[in-house]
Design a protein around this ligand. Structure first.
Ligand SMILES: Cc1ncc(COP(=O)(O)O)c(C=O)c1O
Length: 369
């Protein structure tokens, strides 16, 4: 088919892994961990990095570092992976679900304003699919109301908003290195910040309540052990070195696909504002006007990878229907996209030019009446 497999690795991963394997420390205290944290933070235009086991606990660490807890509300988009919302619930706060913009798939800033209450403490924008959410509008609202912003940048390694990288806008920002992400160690996550005291608090949560410069067996707060291993960080340094080239390749291929399909009636792709033009293309997102079931079946029967979107908005999950407290604002756009959207994974956007043209032709054929 010509679509590359994912994940990919090479001699660089093996070389860095060897550095760890020959040491007496394979865990979170090997220098490879600090090395990766510094490299990745700088890559995303941030000063501090606190790595962790995955991009779910990093969101929880962020909220704990900010002191968000019972009685507080946190505004989240109705469309994301469940961790964006459960992080809020797990620290005892209430997620408030708001609608997305129907064209960009991102949290709609005007809906943020409508959802603010006296209990609101924070906003979690998700840079959904790779392009960044409207950070000018979201940061302006956060400043006006004195709210913290935690960027969920699990899709946004190297994504930019007007030349400034994901993660450098919010008080804290969270990235995932899970197997399907654009750089991976199978599992993994990192929290970034430009605020040293928030980064120190997050480190305390991640490292069993220990404090910088204090004795190893002195624990000052109720943390846990969320540390990543040095083996993962070795792999992640190699993955980070390859990322810029892969992001560029996806940008070039997606440009070709979109150009090929610009005139196709009934097929629409995620609108990407000029400010967000540089991004990962983690997902090629779109929606169809016809029958999505037929569209999806036609594509996958030809061997093209395609997912018919999430089966429900976050608040439609049994968890939020039955068990866990939340507040839901009207979300007609999110509910419409559940029924007609799709995504193509990033590995399909890293093919050679012949395969890329075939994928575009496959999309065109799949949407024909
Ligand atoms: C938007 C978003 N947030 C958070 C996560 C959680 O990351 P992890 O799987 O590393 O726990 C993911 C993906 O898995 C995600 O897509």
């Amino acid at each position: 088919m010509g679509i590359p497999r994912w994940p990919v690795s090479g001699t660089r991963e093996r070389e860095l892994l060897e550095e760890v394997l020959t040491a007496e420390q394979w865990g979170g205290f090997h220098a490879m961990v600090g090395r990766f944290e510094a490299l990745f933070a700088a890559f995303q235009h941030c000063k501090y990095g606190v790595s962790a086991m995955n991009g779910t606990v990093t969101l929880e660490m962020a909220l704990l570092a900010l002191g968000v807890g019972p009685g507080d509300e946190v505004i989240v988009p109705a469309i994301s992976f469940i961790a964006t919302a459960t992080s809020v619930s797990r620290v005892g706060a209430t997620p408030v679900f708001i609608d997305i913009d129907a064209r960009t798939f991102q949290m709609d800033p005007s809906r943020v304003r409508e959802a603010i209450s006296a209990r609101t403490r924070a906003i979690i924008p998700v840079h959904f699919g790779g392009p960044m959410a409207d950070m000018d509008a979201i940061m302006a609202i956060a400043t006006e109301y004195g709210l913290a912003v935690v960027e969920d940048a699990a899709h946004a390694h190297g994504s930019e908003w007007n030349g400034r990288r994901a993660g450098s806008f919010g008080s804290l920002s969270s990235f995932s290195f899970q197997n399907g992400k654009v750089m991976t160690a199978g599992e993994g996550g990192i929290l970034l910040s430009n605020d040293e005291s928030l980064a120190d608090k997050a480190r305390e949560v991640q490292n069993t309540g220990r404090r910088k410069g204090e004795a190893f067996f002195s624990h000052y707060s109720l943390g846990s052990n969320f540390r990543i291993t040095a083996l993962q960080c070795a792999v992640l340094i190699a993955q980070l070195e390859r990322l810029p080239e892969q992001n560029d390749l996806r940008i070039r291929n997606v440009k070709v696909i979109r150009e090929q399909l610009a005139d196709v009636p009934g097929l629409h792709f995620q609108h990407v504002p000029v400010a967000a033009a540089v991004h990962t293309n983690y997902l090629l997102l779109g929606w169809v006007e016809g029958d999505r079931g037929t569209f999806h079946k036609r594509l996958t029967s030809e061997g093209w990878p395609c997912t018919p979107f999430y089966p429900h908005t976050l608040y439609q999950n049994p968890l939020y229907q039955n068990q866990v407290n939340c507040r839901v604002m009207p979300c007609p756009n999110a509910e419409a996209r559940i029924g007609n959207a799709f995504w193509i994974p990033h590995r399909a956007l890293m093919a050679d030019s012949e395969t890329t043209l075939k994928l575009a032709a496959g999309l065109r054929a799949a949407v024909e009446p």
